[in-house]
Ligand binder design. Structure first.
Ligand code: GRF
Length: 197
C-alpha cells in the first residue's frame, strides 16, 4: 500500500523538492501535502508547480498559543490523512502532544552529525569547535528536540578556511541525497541506518 507523505516546510523547500522528486515509480510513498507555517514560503509555489496539494497555517496570529497553532496544523494534516510526516526546513518547535499524535512516523533532517549540535547555527558551532567533519542527519522526531533515533547520516570534511556559508553549501546537496534515501527505506518499513559521504 503506497504511503501518503505530508511535508512541512518554512522556507525555500529544497529538501521538500528532493523528497517529492524521488517519490516516483516503484517508490513506496507519494507526497500528498506540502504544509507551511509561512503562507509566503517559497517552497509552496515549488510544490504547486509539481502538482502537490499545499496549505499554510500562519503561526503568527496564534502568538504564544502553540497548542492552538498546532490544532490548526493538525486540521490541515487530518484533511489528507498522511501516513508519514517529513519536517523539511520546518522551523517551528512542535509540542510533545503534537509529536505524540504522529509518533513513530515523523522524520526530520538536521544539518549536523547528531547527537552533536542540536538546535541552531550548527555549522558555525562545528567550525568553532575545530571539528574535522560536519554533515547532516535524518532522525525520527520525538519530544526531545533533535534527539530521536538517527536513521541516516552524511559527512563532509571541514576545510581549513571553512565558513558556515561554504559548509552549508556542501552539506545541503548531501541533505538532498540523504533524506530521499532514508524516506524510501522508512516507507518500506526498513529502519536500517543510511550513511553517505
Ligand atoms: C536545511 O539546512 C535543513 O537542514 C534545515 O533547514 C535548511 C533549509 O532547508 N532543516 P530547505 O531548503 O527549506 O529544505
Amino acid at each position: 500500500m503506497t504511503k501518503r507523505v505530508a511535508i512541512l516546510i518554512s522556507g525555500g523547500g529544497s529538501n521538500m523538492v528532493a523528497l517529492a522528486e524521488d517519490m516516483v515509480g516503484d517508490h513506496p510513498a507519494r507526497p500528498v501535502l506540502v504544509l507551511s507555517n509561512d503562507p509566503k514560503a517559497g517552497g509552496l509555489q515549488k510544490a504547486r508547480d509539481m502538482g502537490i496539494a499545499t496549505a499554510a497555517v500562519d503561526h503568527r496570529p496564534f502568538g504564544d498559543d502553540r497548542s492552538a497553532f498546532e490544532a490548526a496544523l493538525k486540521e490541515e494534516l487530518d484533511r489528507t490523512g498522511p501516513d508519514i510526516i517529513c519536517l523539511a526546513g520546518f522551523m517551528r518547535i512542535l509540542t510533545p502532544s503534537f509529536i505524540a499524535a504522529y509518533a513513530g512516523r515523523t522524520l526530520n533532517i538536521h544539518p549536523s552529525l547528531l547527537p552533536k549540535y542540536k538546535g541552531l547555527n550548527t555549522h558555525a558551532r562545528a567550525i568553532e569547535a575545530g571539528d574535522a567533519e560536519a554533515g547532516c542527519s535524518v532522525h525520527e522526531v520525538t519530544a526531545d528536540l533533535d534527539a530521536g533515533p538517527v536513521l541516516g547520516q552524511a559527512r563532509v570534511a571541514i576545510r581549513p578556511d571553512e565558513t558556515p556559508e561554504t559548509l552549508a553549501a556542501r552539506v545541503l546537496p548531501l541533505e538532498h541525497r540523504l533524506y530521499p534515501a532514508v524516506l524510501r527505506r522508512f516507507a518500506s518499513g526498513d529502519r536500517s541506518l543510511v550513511t553517505l559521504s
